[in-house]
Design a protein around this ligand. Sequence first.
Ligand SMILES: [Mn+2]
Length: 206
Amino acid sequence: MTDVAPHVHPIIDWGWAGSALEAPSGDLHVVAPFPGGVLVALLDGLGHGEEAAAASKAALPVLHDHAGDSPLLLVPRCHDALRRTRGVVMSLASFRTADSSMTWTGVGNVEGVLLRARGDPGHPDASMSVRGGVVGYQLPPLRAETLLVFPGDTLIMATDGIRGGFATGLAIEYGPQEIAESILARFAKGTDDAHIVVARYLGARP
Ligand SMILES: [Mn+2]
């Protein structure tokens, strides 16, 4: 299922878990650092198998080469790069330390939630609002939302191979890798590729 240890990046601590209905998985996460921030993305190529995986992979150069761009620019860039593929649904979140912000947007049904480390009524847990569409085929009008983030705040993204409600009652004191594996174990539908990426904001580090 999962084959990597937790990853630590200077701005986030992150982990992932996934399972493929049929190898290779069409679901793919991307964690791409850039000066002053890091981009976290989760893609789900339409359908499953080789062509789904090819669609997701076609976005990799765009996301790595332009990681520091606004998600509102990255989605159309991916759209252009994926025109000859089946297309993907995807969600993006860009963390920036300069203003302790996370900007997220999505096309299609890759779910995103932000769980707060502290119960501050001014900064409640949040869910990403996504628009219907397919990157590479039909883009909806995009809208991104920017939230202030605080050390310990935890982003979870999951493809639609994971049942909804996965974040309910989640124990945020666990590490990102443990959270990802726990969600996969408890919420994978078993009828589609399933993939989760979890990123905990650490804040700027010396
Ligand atoms: Mn799917």
